[in-house]
Design a protein around this ligand. Structure first.
Ligand SMILES: NC(=O)c1ccc[n+]([C@@H]2O[C@H](COP(=O)([O-])OP(=O)(O)OC[C@H]3O[C@@H](n4cnc5c(N)ncnc54)[C@H](O)[C@@H]3O)[C@@H](O)[C@H]2O)c1
Ligand SMILES: [Zn+2]
Ligand SMILES: [Zn+2]
Length: 340
């Protein structure tokens, strides 16, 4: 038996192809009929050949929701017919970070669609312990937004944002705009920075009071005004742009915290004397860990508004052409979701 899969034969060559149908390896896995898929910036990187971690040929896709087709009896209450979301990072469970529960930064982490084949397929088999239930009546396009929201949640959890603080989000892409909404939910005040006015307008419609277009204003001065001279307690860098990363220390307060989420194309030097002088905490924020339940509830309870971030809903067959369109015009798309 065969199923359709979105396969990258090599960079810039993507097709929906027939591949052998997914089967459950053993009872540690659950077989899912895929219903919802998100297209992520990293899928575009894999398509363009700019992600050095991706090997080819590769079935892409790590933002995957679906319906359980086959599952062994289990103590997690997951049954045939349940709606589920996939946690797409497979850890080794043996290394130091795994031993302290930080499986997201496992030394041998296997991310779906990057190191191993992903879920842009009609059927998918995945470890049962990395699958969680979502509410019966949750819309599939919303299920596709859960994984990106876990990334955003992690970027707010890592620097331990608390109510009353100012959080600067650099980059008004899906991650930055989701994290800005999380900051609001937590009672903090988000400030969103980008180069593109339309993205900053969108931030405003999502409840962000302060936005900064870095090409049009002096960001340091604007932040000083908004924070009454203090500068922001927390910066979340979610653009990956070299210029943005190099400026994080200018925007943060003394004794502040910085979370680096964006993936830069190359290593970026930072002024270490200022890190010492301001006594900063700088943390990396990679994927997510233990954040799927909270992300599911935030979307389901409409505390985070994901609809304005979904630029387009397509079918599985349309994924190759939309990947090409996003690669050519990244500014025209926020998040594209496939519903099967
Ligand atoms: N750490 C992780 O686990 C993880 C997971 C997912 C994505 N990411 C990374 O997070 C970043 C954001 O992801 P996304 O999907 O929202 O990306 P995106 O490309 O949609 O958004 C990036 C935004 O940054 C803006 N930008 C570019 N240069 C800028 C600058 N100099 N100053 C301010 N804004 C600038 C762009 O206009 C865009 O709106 C990417 O670098 C992505 O690779 C990291
Ligand atoms: Zn993603
Ligand atoms: Zn590990």
């Amino acid at each position: 038996m065969q199923m359709k899969a979105v396969n990258l034969n090599e960079p810039n060559s993507v097709y929906v192809q027939d591949v052998p149908i997914a089967v459950k390896k053993d009872d540690s896995e659950v077989l899912i009929k895929v219903k919802a898929l998100g297209i992520c910036g990293s899928d575009i990187g894999a398509y363009k050949g700019t992600n050095p971690l991706v090997t080819y040929p590769r079935i892409i896709g790590h933002e995957i929701g679906g319906e359980v087709l086959e599952v062994a009896e289990n103590d997690r209450g997951i049954k045939v017919g349940d709606k589920v979301i996939v946690e797409p990072y497979i850890p080794c469970y043996k290394c130091y970070p795994c031993s302290i529960g930080r499986t997201n930064c496992c030394v041998d982490l296997k991310v779906l669609g990057v190191h191993v084949d992903g879920g842009m397929t009609e059927y998918f088999s995945h470890p049962l312990n990395l699958v969680s239930k979502v509410p019966e009546n949750m819309e599939w396009k919303h299920v596709a937004m859960i994984e990106p929201l876990t990334i955003a949640l992690h970027s707010i959890h890592r620097p331990r944002v608390i109510a009353g603080e100012h959080v600067l989000l650099i980059g008004a892409g899906p991650i930055g705009l989701l994290a800005a909404q999380v900051a609001n939910v937590y009672g903090a005040t988000p400030i969103v920075m980008d180069l593109v006015d339309e993205r900053l307008e969108l931030a405003k419609t999502l409840g962000v009071k302060h936005t900064i277009n870095i090409t049009k204003e002096n960001a340091v001065e604007t932040i000083r005004k908004i924070t009454n001279g203090r500068m922001v307690e927390v910066v979340v860098e979610a653009s990956g742009a070299k210029a943005a990363i190099q400026s994080v220390i200018d925007y943060v307060s003394f004794a502040g915290r910085i979370a680096l989420v964006g993936w830069p194309n190359s290593e970026i030097p930072l002024p270490t004397a200022m890190i010492t002088k301001k006594e900063l905490n700088i943390v990396g924020s990679r994927t997510s860990v233990g954040e799927f339940k909270e992300a599911t509830e935030l979307i389901y309870d409409k505390k985070i508004n994901v609809d304005p971030l979904i630029s387009k809903v397509v079918t599985l067959d349309e994924v190759p052409s939309v990947l090409q369109q996003i690669a050519e015009h990244p500014d025209k798309f926020m998040k594209v979701v496939a519903v099967l």
